[in-house]
Design a protein around this ligand. Structure first.
Ligand SMILES: [Zn+2]
Ligand SMILES: [Zn+2]
Length: 144
């Protein structure tokens, strides 16, 4: 079995995305498994991603994503002024794990308002376990 680019070079494996044989040189970098360069460059969209073209200070105004990056196998991270995803970082973040000024999530860390299973907010926290200036929750620790 030879590389699909270099017909005379023995392949080291099959790309796990397009199933083509790749030699050592054609294996994409930064991937924990065998992925060819073509697939690293144009990552097939698995899951869902939406990024608004409007940006504020280099951050997309809205970034919504779900699923896993097919190359790195890491969950996608939504990062934006408004961020929604499995993991979200932003001004307003809604996610399984959310970090931001206003956050809603399973684990929520917010500067002003945090709502979540475990909520940690400098401002207002509401959650199963809440820590904040004003905290409401099963176990609440408040600072006033
Ligand atoms: Zn490939
Ligand atoms: Zn090759």
């Amino acid at each position: 079995m030879n590389c699909f680019v270099h017909e005379r070079t023995a392949a080291v494996g099959l790309c796990s995305l397009c199933q083509r044989a790749v030699c050592r040189e054609c294996v994409g970098r930064d991937a924990p498994r065998v992925v060819c360069r073509t697939c690293v460059e144009r990552r097939p969209i698995m899951g869902f991603e939406y990024r608004s073209s409007a940006t504020i200070a280099g951050w997309p105004l809205i970034h919504v994503c779900a699923g896993v990056d097919p190359v790195t196998m890491r969950p996608r991270v939504a990062k934006g002024v408004i961020a929604i995803g499995n993991v979200a970082i932003g001004g307003i973040a809604v996610a399984g794990v959310a970090c931001g000024l206003v956050t809603l999530g399973g684990v929520s860390v917010g500067l002003f308002l945090a709502l979540g299973g475990a909520a940690l907010g400098a401002g207002l926290s509401v959650g199963g376990l809440a820590v904040g200036s004003v905290a409401f929750g099963g176990a609440a620790i408040g600072f006033t």
